[in-house]
Design a protein around this ligand. Structure first.
Ligand code: HEC
Ligand code: HEC
Ligand code: HEC
Ligand code: HEC
Length: 271
């Protein structure tokens, strides 16, 4: 009888001490940290209504991906530099800016755990380039993505992009034929075009979000024309040879690599 009572008390203890007062059973196993009285789940998510660790930790955001919440911590800023360098906004809306060729990350990160986002960067989807990121790079990027998601207002825009795939047209489009052996591009017109990877992924080339080096101007149809005629007239050390395209093919390629306004987010700070 005494043993049963003791067991009952032990079972109820977390509810009384933590559930009743603080409402978060995380505190049954973890100490409180950080100054403010914020709820654990407001930063880490998880399920605060249980003491079963697997359930409590479902959807967890790890501490090292929450460094953006620490005042003066450089992680999110360094992650944002990686977002720029890898050109993630060629395809994703991040912090309210970017093309809508792939899911809007501001919306996605609100429900994705650290584990799910880490896996998405470790083993990218077929239409996403593999940046071969290391652990440190992934951690910085996730700080930037979670920080952006916590600030941005994904509003009424749908998180899922629309790809219009038509298999027959895909084989014949001039990008697939002329550029596809060496390049890939995610496009609204035809989904993922091209199969090559010896040249860069050209998704969103003619949009403001394609990464161009600090000293080179953004890509324009005119610059692309000069490039195809002779890449070394644009970049003296280029390893791409000239590609012969007819004016009609050139126009189609420009259309394929352009992104029109409903497919991108360009708030006030951009002209
Ligand atoms: C039954 C005890 C228990 C409960 C309840 C519990 N945790 Fe944990 N938690 C642990 C243990 C043990 C570890 C370390 C081992 C592991 O990673 O599973 C851990 C690890 C963690 C980590 C580090 C994960 C990592 O890999 O970096 C975080 C963050 C965390 N818990 C947050 C929470 C939050 C938030 C809650 C409530 C929603 C919670 N925990 C509820 C026992 C618990
Ligand atoms: C304001 C956001 C915030 C709140 C609220 C918060 N944490 Fe954290 N937590 C962090 C940050 C940031 C770190 C990482 C600190 C570091 O790496 O130096 C962290 C680290 C941890 C760790 C260490 C393991 C890891 O993942 O690095 C655990 C466990 C943890 N928190 C549990 C909790 C629990 C339990 C609560 C509620 C009592 C809580 N946290 C509330 C932001 C928060
Ligand atoms: C060429 C386009 C492209 C680029 C560039 C790109 N991604 Fe992706 N990404 C995708 C596609 C496609 C998916 C799969 C989901 C979809 O179809 O929208 C995806 C998925 C993701 C997911 C998983 C989303 C989910 O639903 O869980 C994350 C996280 C992500 N990308 C982050 C990044 C980051 C960070 C960068 C820059 C380092 C980046 N992506 C660059 C195309 C791209
Ligand atoms: C035989 C392979 C090959 C073909 C075919 C090819 N390219 Fe390239 N392309 C490359 C390589 C390799 C690079 C990287 C060279 C460099 O950066 O100087 C490159 C670079 C580029 C760049 C510069 C991108 C950047 O970020 O700097 C553009 C733009 C480009 N190609 C457009 C095209 C277009 C459009 C076509 C089709 C009309 C095409 N390429 C066909 C191999 C190819």
């Amino acid at each position: 009888m005494a043993a049963a009572l003791l067991t009952l008390l032990l079972l109820l203890a977390p509810l009384v001490t933590f559930g009743g007062v603080r409402g978060e059973l995380c505190l049954a196993c973890h100490p409180r940290h950080g100054g403010g009285g914020e709820r654990c789940s407001s930063c880490h998510r998880g399920n605060p209504a249980t003491t079963r660790p697997t359930v409590a930790h479902a959807g967890l955001v790890r501490g090292r991906h929450l460094r953006y919440t620490l005042r003066g911590d450089p992680a999110a800023g360094q992650g944002e530099l990686l977002v720029e360098r890898y050109g993630c906004r060629r395809c994703h809306v991040i912090g309210g800016r970017g093309n809508r060729l792939a899911v809007t990350l501001d919306a996605v990160v609100r429900t994705r755990s650290s584990a799910a986002l880490t896996a998405a960067l470790d083993r990218p989807a077929a239409a996403m380039p593999d940046f071969r990121l290391d652990r440190a790079g992934i951690d910085l990027l996730l700080n930037a993505l979670y920080a952006a998601g916590s600030r941005a207002n994904p509003g009424g825009s749908p998180p899922q992009p629309v790809h219009f795939r038509s298999g027959a047209a895909r084989e014949r489009d001039p990008f697939s034929v002329r550029c596809g052996p060496c390049h890939r591009a995610l496009t609204h017109e035809g989904g993922l075009l091209g199969t090559g990877s010896i040249g860069p992924n050209l998704s969103g080339l003619l949009s403001p979000f394609y990464p161009s080096g600090p000293s080179s101007p953004p890509w324009s149809p005119r610059r692309l024309t000069a490039w195809l005629r002779n890449p070394r007239s644009v970049r003296p050390w280029s390893t791409m040879g000239p590609v012969a395209v007819t004016p009609a093919e050139q126009r189609q390629i420009v259309t394929i690599l352009s992104i029109s306004p409903p497919h991108s987010e360009l708030p006030g700070i951009h002209p």
